[in-house]
Design a protein around this ligand. Structure first.
Ligand code: 5MM
Length: 333
């Protein structure tokens, strides 16, 4: 099988059958922040134990097609001594890897960020592939501030980075997840989110086209079109779902293998409801599924802390959210 046939098949597997992705690729500082908030100790071993518990949830492969890993976890082993990429593969779950090195303050525009990680990316991706990764992820972050942000400069720099990353991944035989996240921090209206998300997606696809990225061998991971967290009049779930679908229809070519949404700090049930309403739209050109981090893990993490590492209890919470999102990806409540 050629690289491109293999990547088409991986991309389809990631998004089809109403299965979605578990984003467990929090960098160590981010996971430490989440652990700290609940009084959990964050060490190399405690992070491994948490992720081992997640991945060994009975039935996980029914709802989850792939897991995005951070480098540390990618190189760790299950309790039975199997490296996590192979452990996941044995369950019928694809292993993916976060390859960006983070969103860093943009020179001259410190209120905005540009995601870094292109230097040396090709050999890094080749190594991850040889160790069992079939897909990768790169997240760009766009901040909204009424009237002032985002700047065109930040949108274009991030879109260019995403496209260069995606092309490098495909040249090395790995499916890229292209993640342009428009943050929901702030008081902005859903209309402003619609305008900014439209411009961001249009810019990303223009750069992907310039870099000749094969759209049927990539997955888009966008944020939803949604009111800012602090907005006084937050839009209803129907408005969020309808405007998100309208925005994607306007700016995402039909040849893209699929859309796997991020949850971006929404409450877990809210993220599931939005996904379900989107999937009731008629004649969608691509599958729309989930690639949630917090919206899949929050309840499990809270239980991990309050019930003192009770594996079954925490797995029950993950299974409940994963199954609910699997149903939502086929339009059911
Ligand atoms: C937006 O964050 C991604 C999706 O998670 P949510 O559904 O919780 O929004 C997530 O994959 C994120 O990119 C990773 O957690 C890595 O984040 P850091 O901040 O550690 O690079």
């Amino acid at each position: 099988m050629s690289y491109s046939d293999e990547m088409k098949s991986v991309a389809k597997t990631m998004v089809e059958g109403s299965r979605g992705l578990l984003a467990a690729d929090e960098s160590s500082p981010t996971l430490t922040k989440r652990f700290d908030a609940l009084g959990l100790e964050s060490t190399y071993e405690s992070r491994r134990n948490w992720r081992q518990m997640l991945f060994s949830t009975p039935g996980l492969a029914t709802w989850i097609s792939g897991v995005i890993l951070f480098d540390e976890t990618f190189r760790q082993e299950s309790t039975s001594g199997v490296p996590f990429p192979q452990y996941l593969a044995s369950l019928g779950i694809l292993a993916g890897i976060k390859v960006d090195t983070g969103a860093k303050p943009m020179a001259g525009r410190p209120a905005e960020t540009v995601t870094e990680g292109l230097d040396g990316l090709a050999p890094r991706v080749a190594e991850y592939r040889s160790l069992g990764a079939t897909f990768a992820k790169w997240r760009a972050v766009i901040k909204i501030e009424e009237k002032t942000l985002p700047s065109r400069a930040a949108i274009l720099a991030n879109a260019h980075g995403l496209a260069r990353y995606a092309k490098i991944c495909q040249s090395e035989g790995i499916v890229p997840i292209v993640e342009p996240e428009v943050l929901m921090d702030g008081n902005h209206s859903i209309e402003r989110s619609f305008t900014v998300t439209s411009e961001v997606l249009q810019s990303v696809f223009s750069e992907l086209w310039l870099q000749e990225v094969a759209l049927d061998q990539m997955v888009l991971k966008p944020s939803m079109v949604i009111s800012g967290k602090g907005a006084s009049n937050r839009a209803s779930r129907e408005e969020v779902a309808n405007l998100s679908v309208e925005c994607y229809r306007n700016h995402v070519p039909g040849s893209v293998a699929g859309i796997a949404l991020l949850s971006g700090g929404q409450r877990d049930r809210e993220a599931t409801e939005h996904l379900a309403v989107m999937n009731r739209a008629k004649a969608l050109p691509w599958p729309i599924t989930f690639s949630y981090g917090r919206a899949l893990q929050d309840a499990a993490l809270e239980s991990w802390a309050t019930k003192k590492y009770d594996v079954e209890a925490a797995q029950g919470h993950l299974a409940e959210r994963a199954a609910a999102n699997h149903r939502a990806a086929s339009g059911q409540d």
